[in-house]
Design a protein around this ligand. Sequence first.
Ligand code: S3P
Length: 171
Amino acid sequence: MKISNIALIGFMGVGKSMVGSRLAQLLKKRVISTDNLIEKRERRSIAEIFRDSGEPYFRKLEKAVVQEISQEEDVIIDCGGGVPLDAGNMERLKRNFTVVYLRASAEFIFENLKRTKKRPLLDVPDPQAKIKELLEKREPFYREADIVLDTNNKSIEQISEDILKILNRPE
Ligand code: S3P
């Protein structure tokens, strides 16, 4: 498998950004976050973009960013949780990257996210139910990844090591 280009996908709060940074350190590569890039370009936060311009506008930006960074070489991409829902995004990523799905249970995700206000999609009266609902809907899209890795109760270090082990395995 291609170890040079790795794209991390999965639900909000599974640790994609932290695993991305750790992998980048271990492999001496750059890490690019679709969310960070969008925030930098728009000069406002994801929450502000959702609030003032709406989700469809955000998805358009996201698609343009994926199109651009999927041409890069030797990078780790930390994808926002909604990236794989667009078939074109996923096709682009899979063409140039080993796509790794960091899978976690709704309970684990809720625990990780319950203290943050940075996820506009979960800014609802019952975020726990919303996580469950979205996760069920999204699971088939995430499962299109090249590698599915269970991450419940694993440390960032353990997850990063597991990914490297799988990628270094002879095919
Ligand atoms: C989203 C996930 C977020 C961010 C936006 C929408 C989603 O990224 O792109 O809030 O639809 O799952 P993270 O997965 O990095 O939290």
